[in-house]
Ligand binder design. Structure first.
Ligand code: C2E
Ligand code: CA
Ligand code: CA
Length: 597
């Protein structure tokens, strides 16, 4: 051997020694064993890691040491067919009761088959890693519990938690606001287009809301007092938290921007669908101490926005709490009223206006509901129809009125024969039309009362009749039964004379606000005249509502309005009183027209 060769051999031996030294001191447990687990060699780290598992302190056989925590190892090694390779990798071994307090709780084991009769195992302490994994998992679960599954937006819990943190900040900090939004006609859209379309719509609404905010919009840093959070807090309800505002104006500007974007139609499976939202806004200065309370206040303001026609934002004022409480009282009382039959129906005559001044008293009546409240006396419908609509009681209320009206109508027919009123008009609410089975109810009520369908007229308002295809379809279904439809309060809503032909109605009722100025304002006269002409050209009848004076009656008759209704002829009357009124009119001779007198 040359000097160089000797030197290089010495170097190799040094390097081998260094490797052995390194493996010996390595911060990882190393074990060399036979295929049966019999230990040939192990470094100090592996003995310290394995010692808690060793029975009688013996580490002679790896499989024996690990018998309780990994009983599968002997079989695993024996069945490993290849001459070399990975037998197992990163096997987690929880030490359980064997763990030393403060020491490793979980080991990680990998076994490599080196050749026909040797295994090399590595053992490490996996405690910290397992803990980190568990924390990650817990965080994920926590986020999941605060995330809406459909839209991936934060949910109600998340908003409440965030809000509570903001409310707990010392006074004098930055202002913030909560916006609470509810889709105006979500249920109808869901019913008409299916649940998949409804889900898609909600996702799109969520995206629009986020798009209208400055990103990021799912996070608020409670310390910096800035940021915003958009969340889905109910089936068709969304909330936006705005932090770091100078004043309420800032919040109102964002609200207006949101309403603007949300008013644009959505494309749902190839169809354009409009879904406006109603919004309530609570400014931090008006908020109470609790997140739940603030959310409730925002929802109260939202309900007011909805009541005002929807697609708008209403700013919460503390007085609204009282109004909401009163409505809740009315709702509770109304529930009882339906059960205890405190509701009853009165009938206002709708008379025919002959060109010659002849008044036809038996043309028809309109059914109007009344409530005999045990403490408050007679409550007018304006005070409870809205509450009934919002609380879902309108279905029961409307059915009651329809049933009673048809029953009374049939009774008058039996009592008076040809002198009985020829038509019964009943008011319809939006919620009744939303019910797919409602036309069937109408058919059953008519059958039960023995009343021909054409003698029933259902009154709908312009805004309702002009609404969406679903409502239109239901109205056509009703016409299919044979009932007629009247457009109530014409002139107060959105649709105009030019869109009258699109509505499936037979009669137009000209609103009292026009009729009451018929004799004093030329403008109103012209409007009435135009309405009558357009209606006639479309083959529709006309009724002038709220005629109080003979002058008004004369004008509407001259304008060829076919029928009239109002205090001039009669106030709404109970069934008995109506019969008496009809009898009086008949006795006086049908030709004595009040308007001609
Ligand atoms: P509406 O359908 O426009 O009913 C006509 C209203 O005008 C009635 O008030 C009636 O009493 C009143 N009225 C009639 N003639 C005159 C008049 O010459 N002068 C004045 N100042 N008023 C007159 P009411 O009974 O208080 O009903 C108010 C509204 O409540 C109704 O307006 C209707 O929208 C709703 N409503 C009443 N009953 C029902 C019902 O059974 N179901 C539903 N959904 N709504 C109803
Ligand atoms: Ca009406
Ligand atoms: Ca009306």
């Amino acid at each position: 051997m040359t000097h160089d060769e000797l030197a290089s051999q010495a170097e190799r031996i040094d390097a081998y020694e260094a490797l052995v030294q390194f493996l010996y001191r390595a911060p990882i447990g190393l074990v060399q064993a036979g295929l049966d687990g019999a230990v040939d060699m192990l470094n100090p780290m592996s003995s310290s890691l394995l010692m808690p598992l060793a029975r009688d302190g013996s580490l002679d056989n790896l499989f024996e040491v690990l018998r309780d925590v990994a009983p599968q190892l002997p079989a695993l090694a024996a069945s490993f067919g290849q001459p070399s390779g990975v037998v197992c990798e990163g096997l987690r071994l929880p030490l359980g009761a064997a763990a030393v307090p403060g020491g490793p709780q979980v080991l990680s084991l990998s076994i490599l088959k080196l050749d026909a009769d040797r295994l090399m195992a590595t053992v490490t302490d996996a405690t910290a890693e397992v803990q980190r994994e568990q924390e990650r998992l817990a965080r994920r679960l926590r986020t999941q519990a605060r995330t809406d599954a459909l839209t991936r937006m934060p949910n109600r819990e998340a908003v409440l938690e965030q809000l509570q943190q903001m409310l707990a900040r010392p006074a004098g900090g930055p202002g913030f606001a909560l916006l609470f939004m509810n889709c105006d006609r979500f249920r109808q859209i869901n019913d008409a287009h299916g649940q998949a379309a409804g889900d898609r719509l909600l996702v799109q609404v969520g995206e629009r809301i986020r798009g209208a905010l400055r990103p990021p919009c799912d996070r608020i840093d409670p310390q910096s007092g800035a940021g915003q959070m958009a969340a889905r807090v109910g089936a068709d309800e969304f909330a936006v938290l705005l932090d770091g505002l100078r004043g309420r104006d800032d919040a109102e500007r964002v609200a207006a921007r949101l309403l603007d974007t949300l008013a644009r139609p959505h494309e749902l499976f190839g169809q354009d669908v409009t879904c406006t939202l109603s919004m309530g806004l609570v400014w931090s200065g008006d908020a109470g101490n609790f997140a739940g309370e603030m959310l409730r206040d925002a929802s109260t303001a939202m309900v007011e926005a909805k009541r005002a026609g929807g697609a708008r934002c209403t700013v919460f004022e503390p007085a609204m709490r009282e109004r909401a409480a009163r409505r809740a009282d009315i709702e509770a009382d109304l529930r009882l009223a339906l059960l205890e039959e405190q509701l009853f129906v009165v009938y206002q005559p709708v008379v025919g206006l002959g060109a010659d001044g002849v008044v036809d008293h038996a043309a028809g009546v309109e059914a109007l509901v009344r409530w005999r409240h045990p403490q408050r006396g007679i409550v007018p419908p304006i005070e409870f129809i809205g509450v009934a609509e919002e609380s879902g009681l309108i279905g029961a209320l409307g059915d009651f009125v329809l049933r009673r009206a048809c029953r009374d109508f049939a009774a008058w027919q039996r009592a008076l024969g040809p002198r009985a009123p020829r038509r019964m008009a009943v008011n319809l609410s939006r919620a009744q039309l939303a019910e797919p089975a409602w036309p069937e109810t109408v058919r059953a009520v008519l059958r039960g009362a023995g009343m021909p369908a054409h003698q029933l007229q259902l009154e709908v308002t312009e805004s309702l009749a002009a609404q969406d295809q679903e409502v239109q379809r239901r109205l056509h279904e009703l016409k299919g039964i044979g009932v007629t439809l009247a457009l109530d309060d014409f002139g107060t809503g959105y649709s105009s004379l030019s869109s009258l032909h699109q509505l499936p109605v037979d009669t137009v009722k000209i609103d009292r606000s026009f009729v009451c100025q018929a004799d004093t304002s030329n403008h109103h006269r012209v409007l009435i005249e135009a309405t009558v002409k357009v209606a006639q050209s479309l083959g529709m009848g006309t009724v002038a509502e709220g005629i109080e004076t003979e002058a008004q009656a004369r004008v509407v008759r001259e304008l060829r309005c076919a029928k009239g209704q109002g205090y001039l002829f009669s106030r709404p009357l109970e069934s008995e009183a109506l019969l008496a009124w009809l009898a009086d009119a008949a006795a006086a001779g049908a030709t004595t027209a009040p308007a001609a007198a």
